[in-house]
Write a protein that binds this ligand. Structure first.
Ligand code: KE4
Length: 426
């Protein structure tokens, strides 16, 4: 039978670079043909061959309720009948801003934008504008979208300025970006000792979902907070992935750390293009049209996206939502660990709320370099083995996984059974 995914991939590659609109979707890291999804419902989506998969991508985080939640569909259907976009302020943007501020106490004001990249890039510019400083600190393995200043890899040696990870990013654009090793207290101390007075901000994924699933140790996260305070730098938590995903109050709630600025995305849009950044009034009022830091967007606060986001936040704010989600995710992780142990497969995993990660090694990596020692071939065999069995996990070993409220106990059990079958036959 002709594989419709193959046909679509060939057609796509003729008109879209790599056949995809975001690189990770191309299956380059794992090989094979990307599945072209034609519809989704609950915990599942169906590819062009009408094959069903249990979906652990959830659009890389947004679909925390599962696909097609009736209350969200109804809110979006109602909103589109009132208009798609006005380019003028709406009450619904105020409602969403108020809902976000009620759930993120570190924020006094918030600006809505259309993507996590835009939110992180804008937060960075705001931090530099508010402090009058140029230097920024980020960590290897953390991804904050594709703004030029953030596309950097660690320089050689300790606490040195980064080198571009992408063509088209001139070295001078990243000359003020310091890239440190995640969870490396010595490098952190050194960076602030050497550059503290020039550091505008430190941006971190406090639970890093872009190197699969790596937690900042409490000591490391606390020291980031202390050093930023001591040197007058802004601590920025990039919670595009963790916000409303690891818990109702994000990674900052889990860690009990108050950042100066928070970047949000994914869940707050419920699958529609919506992201945000926010913090104390004194900093946020540096933004245009009030202050000197420019930031703008045609579709910022889009009325359909805000309807989707509001309906999503309403559902996840219901009592017991995260307890049930976290329990389900932990059942998955514990089941996978038990299956691997039973088949002698080196394996470890961790989860927080509805986000999880696993590693084909017995340790839980503390940094990017360790994550990348994973045996690629082993991961790719697991990925394709699961895909063949109707289980769709992230097509890259450095990506996290996501469970939704729609995943059933049977879905979790079927996933564990599929993994065990693969471990047994490896
Ligand atoms: P977007 O511009 O893709 O909406 O957000 C960028 C971003 C910023 N910060 C964090 C912590 C993120 O995880 C992301 C985007 N995450 C990736 C998944 N690793 C999106 C998937 C993709 O690039 O297609």
């Amino acid at each position: 039978m002709t594989d419709q995914n193959d046909l679509l991939f060939e057609r796509a590659r003729a008109v879209i670079p790599g056949g995809v609109n975001s690189p990770v979707r191309a299956f380059k890291a794992v090989g094979g043909t990307p599945r072209f999804i034609q519809r989704a419902q609950g915990a599942y989506f169906w590819d062009a061959n009408d094959k069903r998969y249990i979906d652990y991508i959830g659009s890389w985080g947004p679909m925390i309720l599962g696909h097609g939640h009736p209350a969200v569909v109804e809110a979006v259907q109602k909103a589109v009948l009132e208009g798609f976009s006005y380019g003028a302020p709406t009450e619904r943007e105020i409602e969403l801003a108020e809902a976000i501020l009620a759930l993120v106490p570190s924020m006094e004001m918030v600006r809505l934008v259309s993507s996590g990249t835009e939110a992180a890039m804008s937060a960075l510019r705001l931090a530099r504008g508010a402090t009058g400083r140029k230097t920024i600190v980020k960590f290897e393995g953390c991804y904050h979208g594709h703004a030029d200043a953030l596309l950097v890899k660690a320089g050689s040696g300790l606490a040195t300025f980064g080198n571009p990870t992408s063509a088209g990013v001139p070295p001078e654009v990243v000359q003020h970006t310091l890239v440190l090793e995640y969870n490396n207290l010595q490098q952190l101390e050194e960076a602030f000792a050497l550059h503290g007075k020039d550091i505008a901000c430190l941006m971190i994924e406090a639970i890093a979902g872009n190197m699969n699933f790596v937690r900042a140790t409490p000591a490391f996260a606390k020291r980031c907070r202390e050093l930023c305070t001591q040197h007058g730098a802004l601590l920025i938590f990039d919670e595009v992935m963790t916000g409303f995903r690891v818990g109702l109050h994000g990674a900052q709630g889990v860690l009990g750390i108050t950042p100066d600025l928070t970047v949000l995305g994914k869940v707050i849009g419920g699958g529609m293009p919506l992201a945000a950044f926010g913090g104390p009034r004194a900093i946020m009022e540096q933004l245009a049209p009030l202050g000197p830091v420019y930031q703008a967007g045609t579709l910022s606060g889009n009325p359909v996206a805000t309807a989707c986001g509001l309906a999503t936040l309403k559902e996840i704010s219901k009592p017991g939502f995260y307890e049930a989600l976290a329990k389900k995710t932990r059942t998955l992780v514990d089941g996978l660990k038990a299956a691997a142990a039973a088949e002698g497969q080196p394996f470890n995993a961790d989860s927080e709320g509805g986000m999880f990660g696993f590693f084909l090694m017995n340790e839980l990596p503390q940094n990017y370099a360790t994550v990348m020692t994973t045996d690629n071939a082993q991961f790719n065999a697991l990925f394709h083995g699961l895909l063949d069995r109707g289980v769709y996990i992230a097509p890259a070993l450095y990506e996290a996984g996501f469970v939704s409220a729609a995943h059933s106990e049977d879905d979790i059990a079927a996933t564990i059974a599929a993994a065990r079958d693969i471990f047994r036959k490896r």
